[in-house]
Design a protein around this ligand. Structure first.
Ligand SMILES: Cc1cc2nc3c(=O)[nH]c(=O)nc-3n(C[C@H](O)[C@H](O)[C@H](O)COP(=O)(O)OP(=O)(O)OC[C@H]3O[C@@H](n4cnc5c(N)ncnc54)[C@H](O)[C@@H]3O)c2cc1C
Length: 619
């Protein structure tokens, strides 16, 4: 078999152009590294395999963090969104979360165009089949066309494609997505000694809008004043030549032509059809080995596990502005087509519905994430990074957050610069990575606000305050973002100073604003006008929650102290007598970098941490 050694050396190679791959490629190229993006099909760059939505609870926080770090997802969702809503708007500031329905095709093609115009980035359609190493250092990849590319770092973001197998009833076919191929890279990773597991996820059918009776459904409309994700949304200008950018900002007004979603419900008849065919579901017939996401249950799971519920809510979500395709959120399934046909037509409004694409399940390999450092570099192979679904997560946002971190760190390592490390106190991305590498995940990992112990600090409205300085120092932020960030910080400082110096109703304004019954919106116009509602809300929240934020700060300082207690990589836990056998086994498996990481591993007790602390201090 003859090979062709490609004449150009790429400093960083990204494998896969899903949500992780595109962020990794952009971060590496923006840091100045000659970057190659190898992907099986350039027409599916940034494809939304499942729901046409970006953001939501905790996921919206991650999207804004990616934007604050100079990433792409936020601005691309703002440009291609067809409905915007702030979830939990009437609840506490830490759980408010932006969510957008996006035009899937516009999202994809706009991201593809952005990548094509990114300096230092080359895109090539190919499937990576071999990983080339020298000792424990990655040195290249080989594709299905027999081309060998040399490199200093590789980021693998192969999503649901590793030994991907799709299922509709008893019919299964190889593929990471329906009508897509799968990837054989699992074999290469096993050869290099990586441990793999098997997960599964599922998606619902897509229906033809013209066959749905929307009069039987309830409309769900977007917010009157849509809140964009990006901190530099004003860079979205009206441009009739840019067909993929649907929305723009003019004089601080975000212009979006929003379209509704629709709500309907399953019923007892639907549930009976599903129950009487449950043995034909690959999930229940044992055909599927993979472990599924607890928080995205299939309709089969809902009907069987929550049999007391007379109905389950369904959202009919348009997949775009110029398509009649409707995503049916709430009935993810892998039942045979005939059963899908019957239970869909038992639902109000869908009596005559035409199925464009059937629902299906996909099972795929993932790599146990405890084989990674917090830079997402693998512990076994230097210069090899994993990001996205390959690490056991589920979701566009979770994947994109990891992609940015892995792509940036691959580039920073090649450039011999300090890595991008995100702590649990800094970001949801930091919480996610820390959870994965210290605890692993028994099922597809989805982000929730409840996972973050410092969630008041990690609000969706202060992501740039928390992260953009870091992006600027690393070289991830563009000039425009850098300037607008510094301007914002100055504005915030000016208002904070003003609030501490001026009086209102006889007390200092910052004390007045701290009172729960007082709101900036209640202040007379002449006090407020100089600053935007966004700046007022940021400062008002910080003032009102000052006590809680101070308490979180103390917790963070304590955790930092534990983090400083590093554990040497060559430690032999079997030689520490008073450690429990479970602790020895778990610590050897996870090789934590610090006492704090060790304390996070499930099964490690405070007593084990005490033993370790004493042992380390003696050493
Ligand atoms: C059927 C289905 C249902 C889903 N349901 C949900 C859900 O309900 N909720 C949810 O949060 N998420 C869901 N997801 C997951 C969501 O799509 C992923 O979390 C997200 O897309 C992961 O992004 P990624 O970048 O890691 O991988 P992906 O988006 O899967 O992209 C992987 C990319 O790598 C490429 N690739 C793979 N192997 C190779 C190779 N060897 N060489 C070159 N290129 C390669 C692929 O072509 C693709 O471009 C679902 C996915 C699928 C397929």
């Amino acid at each position: 078999m003859d090979f062709f050694d490609y004449p150009t050396h790429y400093q960083v190679i990204i494998v896969g152009s899903g949500h992780a791959g595109v962020e990794a490629a952009c971060a590496s190229a923006r840091l100045g590294c000659k970057t190659l993006l190898l992907t099986q099909n350039v027409d599916t760059i940034a494809q939304m395999s499942c729901n046409p939505a970006i953001g939501g609870s905790a996921k919206g926080h991650i999207v804004r963090e990616i934007d604050a770090l100079g990433g792409m997802m936020g601005l691309n969702a703002d440009a291609t969104g067809i409905q915007f809503r702030m979830l939990n708007a009437s609840k506490g500031p830490s759980i408010r979360a932006p969510r957008a329905q996006c035009d899937k095709k516009a999202y994809q093609f706009r991201m593809k165009a952005l990548l094509e115009n990114t300096a230092n980035l080359t895109i090539t359609q190919a499937s990576v089949e071999k990983l080339l190493t020298k000792g424990d250092q990655i040195v290249g990849v080989e594709t299905n066309f027999g081309i060998r590319y040399s490199t200093s770092a590789v980021v693998i973001t192969t999503g649901t494609f590793m030994r991907g197998l799709t299922h509709v009833g008893k019919r299964s076919s190889p593929g990471g997505r329906m009508a897509d191929t799968s990837s054989g890279i699992s074999h290469e990773l096993e050869k290099l000694g990586f441990h793999l597991g098997r997960f599964k996820t599922g998606t619902p059918c897509r229906l033809l809008a013209s066959s749905i009776n929307f009069d039987e459904c309830e409309p769900q409309i977007g917010d009157e004043n849509p809140s964009p994700f990006s901190h530099i949304r004003e860079t979205l200008v009206k441009n009739i030549h840019d067909v993929h950018t649907l929305n723009y900002v003019d004089k601080e007004i975000f212009h979006v032509e929003q379209i509704p979603c629709w709500i309907t419900y399953t019923n007892e008849k639907t549930h009976d059809i599903i129950r009487s065919n449950i043995d034909r579901s690959p999930l229940y017939s044992g055909m599927i080995d993979g472990v599924g996401p607890r928080y995205c249950p299939s309709i089969e799971d809902k009907v069987i596990k929550f049999s007391e519920k007379p109905r389950h809510q369904i959202f009919l979500e348009p997949e775009g502005r110029h398509t009649g395709e409707i995503y049916v959120n709430g009935i993810s399934t892998s039942l045979p087509f005939e059963v899908q046909y019957n239970f869909v037509r038992s639902i109000e409004g869908l009596e005559k519905a035409e199925i464009l694409r059937p629902g299906y399940a996909v099972e795929y390999d993932y790599c146990f994430p405890n084989q990674l450092y917090s830079t997402l570099e693998t512990k076994k192979i230097s210069g090899l990074y994993f990001a996205g679904q390959i690490n056991g997560t589920s979701g566009y946002e979770e994947a994109a957050g990891q992609g940015l971190v892995a792509g940036a760190n691959a580039a920073l390592k090649v450039l011999m610069k300090a890595p991008l490390l995100l702590g649990r106190e800094e970001s949801y991305i930091g919480v996610m990575i820390d959870d994965l590498i210290t605890r692993g995940t028994p099922e597809p990992y989805r982000m929730f606000t409840s996972r973050a112990e410092y969630r008041l600090r990690l609000r969706q409205d202060n992501c740039d305050i928390r992260l953009t300085e870091k992006a600027i120092n690393l070289g991830l932020a563009c000039n425009y973002r850098t300037e607008s960030y510094h301007k914002k910080i100055k504005t915030i400082k000016a208002l904070q100073d003003k609030l501490s110096q001026m009086c209102y109703q006889g007390i200092a304004m910052n004390l007045w604003l701290r009172r729960p019954e007082n709101k900036a919106a209640l202040l007379p116009d002449e006090y407020r006008e100089e600053y935007s509602p966004e700046i007022w809300s940021l400062i008002e929240t910080d003032l009102k929650f000052e006590g809680y934020l101070k308490r979180e700060e103390l917790q963070i300082q304590r955790a930092k102290k534990q983090e400083e207690k590093k554990i040497p990589t060559d430690i032999d836990y079997t030689s520490i007598p008073s450690l429990s056998s479970e602790a020895r086994q778990k610590l050897t498996e996870f090789t934590p970098a610090s006492l704090r990481q060790a304390s996070k591993i499930s099964g490690i007790t405070p007593a084990d941490i005490d033993v370790l602390t004493i042992w380390l201090s003696k050493r």
